[in-house]
Ligand binder design. Sequence first.
Ligand code: VGL
Ligand code: ZN
Length: 227
Amino acid sequence: MSEPQPPAPFRPALLVVDVQEDFCPPHGALAVPDGRAVIPPINALLALPFAFKAATKDHHPPHHVSFASRHPGAVPFVTHTTIANPANPAETYATRLWPDHCVAGTPGNVLAAGLDAARLERVVLKGLDPRVEMYSAFRSPLRSPPLASAVSGLAGLLREREITDVFVTGLAGDYCVLYSALDSAEEGWRTYVVEDAVRCVGGAEAWESKKQELEAKGVKVVRADGE
Ligand code: VGL
Ligand code: ZN
């Protein structure tokens, strides 16, 4: 007879990605369709006993490389540009350009009104380096070598707290939520996206294809509303 095994550890973290005024209608500079609808389900999750609850904020300096206004002739939402790794110009990354958004110190940068922020243990900032795009809550897509300024410290916080499972919510499902969840899974955490607590820049249609990409890479898509 083998010894009874202790239960597998389950120490879940809740990650609230970029639920900021600039990503919310009606006035946000980069308002995600129906973006404010993520707030009630996220608040319900924030009331649960997760081992760690953290939010991220997109936190850009003025003239960030992802702003169309930085690139002569570029049109927000339409033009793409190629960004090179400042530490290795051979590594490049193509990215969509946006309206100026989430600039540090502006009203659009703050966590959205009504989000139960008092329950958050940490707010992790990302996108601070004016030279690099950073959708993921963990790091810039430019990785060879990774720039110190483009690694958020989130992975270390999750490891310190011995997190086993990461539940990702927030905005936008087709950008920062997507890349945060993919990096979380790649780092080895069991990773879930709570789909009723997510909205996409490209609306419901965009979510269907991103969902397939997530599931293909081992991320589970779940719901908080039990539907
Ligand atoms: C995001 C576009 C630009 C996001 C951030 O939080 O999904 N999207 N910056
Ligand atoms: Zn941004």
